[in-house]
Design a protein around this ligand. Structure first.
Ligand SMILES: *[C@@H]1O[C@H](CO)[C@@H](O)[C@H](O)[C@H]1NC(C)=O
Ligand SMILES: *[C@@H]1O[C@H](CO)[C@@H](O)[C@H](O)[C@H]1NC(C)=O
Ligand SMILES: *[C@@H]1O[C@H](CO)[C@@H](O)[C@H](O)[C@H]1NC(C)=O
Length: 289
């Protein structure tokens, strides 16, 4: 319920700020039009070329997202060329709410202050980790729209190109093959107990998590997938030095060890989130029952 209070606050503080501060223009992106109750933040209906493509709960002070929510569609074609974009409406109340590519030259100081920019990720030990990945969409514009830095967190390359990429691929295969209705996905982060920062500006997640809700699935599920419907959840490590209570390390997998991803029931994910956030957490309406 903390989330609800913060929406009211954000709306009252940001009158005229385009699509910032309110999920109501894009509630159709959530299962039962019900955004996750996770933590306070700034809702963004992610608009690209005048259409909503997904939704993000953004942490303004963190200059990085808490979660992104979207509807999965089977990937087609090549990954688009990455033209990284930003959100002018976070910097100026006169902006119209569409994300736009960074200009070739210097970036406006109001933009630099209000969100992450290219320089934050350059020459760092972190890659740009998509919460909503371009791989989970058919439509070209849906894919391009994922390249806004408000959908990105500092992710270690060993995770981004390793176990986390495998998880995204696994989810894509399973949903493409066996989900027959809409699949709602929410992917977010777990912060460190004491925040760590990239370039003193962008908060680094300790873990990433993801969950889906697909109520209409094939009746011919293979044995090993019967407990992955209607919901599936997982948490991935973003730091090999983290303790092992949430995700243990499999040391036999040398290259990927320390960046492990563990699948778990949705209730267990919600318990881990509740413990770290210190508040009750609901990812899907009635746990997608
Ligand atoms: C589930 O999907 C099947 C196949 O697409 C469709 O025939 C059926 O009407 C759907 N059921 C519901 C409840 O949406
Ligand atoms: C499930 O079993 C099939 C073979 O029946 C196998 O190809 C697939 O990798 C298994 N999936 C998982 C997630 O273990
Ligand atoms: C893990 O901790 C060790 C010892 O403090 C440190 O040298 C190393 O850089 C840390 N690894 C990462 C990926 O932060």
């Amino acid at each position: 319920m903390i989330y609800l209070a913060s929406v009211v606050l954000a709306v009252s503080l940001s009158v005229g700020l385009g699509d910032v501060g309110d999920f109501s223009p894009c509630l159709n992106l959530f299962h039962r039009s019900w955004p996750p109750k996770v933590i306070g933040g700034t809702p963004i209906c992610q608009r690209y070329e005048n259409r909503f493509h997904f939704a993000t709960l953004y942490g303004r002070q963190r200059r990085s997202p808490w979660f992104s929510a979207y509807i999965f569609s089977p990937p087609a074609g090549k990954r688009p060329r990455a033209d990284w974009m930003f959100e002018p409406q976070l910097a100026s109340s006169r902006a119209d709410g569409n994300m736009v590519p960074f200009p070739p030259g210097p970036v406006d100081q109001n933009v630099v202050e209000s969100q992450a920019v290219d320089d934050d990720y350059k020459n760092s030990r972190f890659t740009r980790g998509h919460l909503n990945p371009s791989l989970h969409h058919t439509d070209h514009r849906d894919r391009v729209a994922t390249f806004t830095l408000t959908n990105i967190v500092p992710q270690r390359p060993e995770s981004n190109d390793g176990p986390w990429a495998s998880l995204e691929g696994h989810v894509s295969n399973v949903l493409t093959k066996y989900c027959q209705g809409p699949s709602y996905i929410v992917t977010g982060i777990i912060p460190y107990v004491r925040d760590r920062w990239l370039k003193n500006r962008v908060a680094i997640p300790e873990y990433m998590w993801s969950a889906y809700c697909c109520l209409n699935h094939s009746r011919n599920l293979p044995e090993n997938l019967t407990d992955t419907f209607p919901t599936f959840a997982a948490i991935g490590r973003n730091d090999p030095n983290s303790t092992e209570e949430i995700v243990p390390v499999d040391r036999s997998k040398k290259k990927q060890a320390g960046y492990d991803v563990r699948a778990m029931p949705l209730v267990e994910l919600e318990e881990h989130l509740a413990r770290r956030f210190g508040t009750e957490v609901s990812v899907f309406h009635e746990r997608c029952a």
